[in-house]
Design a protein around this ligand. Sequence first.
Ligand code: NAD
Ligand code: 0WE
Length: 263
Amino acid sequence: MDYNSIMVEGKKILVVGLANKYSIAAAISSVLHKSGATLGFSYQNERFEKFINEFSNANGGDFTQVCDLASDADIKKLISTAVSKWGKIDGIVHSVGFAPADQISGNIEEAITREGFQITHDVSSYSFSGLVKEAYPHMSENSSVITLTYIGSQEATPNYNVMGMAKASLEASVRYFAATLGAKGIRVNSISAGPIKTLAASGIKGFKSMLNKHGTNTPLARNITSEEVGNTAAFLLSDMSSGITGQTIYVDGGYNIQATSFD
Ligand code: NAD
Ligand code: 0WE
């Protein structure tokens, strides 16, 4: 794909949720870099530090900053780092999700616990609210925030369980923030991606058979790539999408429009 280096030219975009080269955030960052953006990266803990610094050097990064999103102090530190470097922030990519492993396997009536519910909702949903709450006073008048979600928020998906409940909460958060931040020129949207084999996904029982099913029983008759998610992300972060806010945009090959399909 040839990229137009002026699509997000000069925009200063914070990327949260990069872990390794398979991360959806890596594909998004690569497209943003090729499309003219300046990037800043946060990472969960020191385990990811080496990769992030190398990735940042290769992809137009201005800074890297550790940030555990379960910590309000870390979120404050991240935004203050971005503000001290940039003044104003033009875009944020939130590409974060986590449930304790025992929460996303088996039937929900067995798997769910109060603690598992709390951790999952805290990291996978509140982290978005906490980040935007801290960042919005420093966002430019023509800025855009995106997050990543999954159709398991809308339709019961085997094993996805409490992650689906957290994604429903995340998608509702997008609508609430979009409703009040619109007047400040800040747009807020989510991308609902089809399944992609990232590190987070590879640990999941039956993921391969789900990938096969998606790849076959979908209008485009194939799975989507993380680059395709990156392209949509660049559009949503650019002024090309200036009339769009509060939406869940499906990048899933059309899977979500089918009630059912033949094998
Ligand atoms: P990934 O493992 O590469 O990314 C998840 C990121 O979340 C990692 O960078 C991890 O460090 C970060 N994270 C987890 N807990 C954190 C915390 N406490 N503080 C800071 N960061 C934390 O996997 P991915 O598949 O790229 O996932 C990115 C997003 O895309 C997630 O929201 C996921 O739900 C969503 N998504 C993934 C798929 C898929 O099939 N892979 C499909 C649709 C949506
Ligand atoms: O959001 C996700 C996965 C997020 C995720 C992955 C893990 C694996 C390792 C959250 N928490 C954890 N915790 C771990 O310990 N996806 C959209 C990918 C995914 O995960 C599924 C899926 C799909 C699709 C889990 C069950 C069923 C389908």
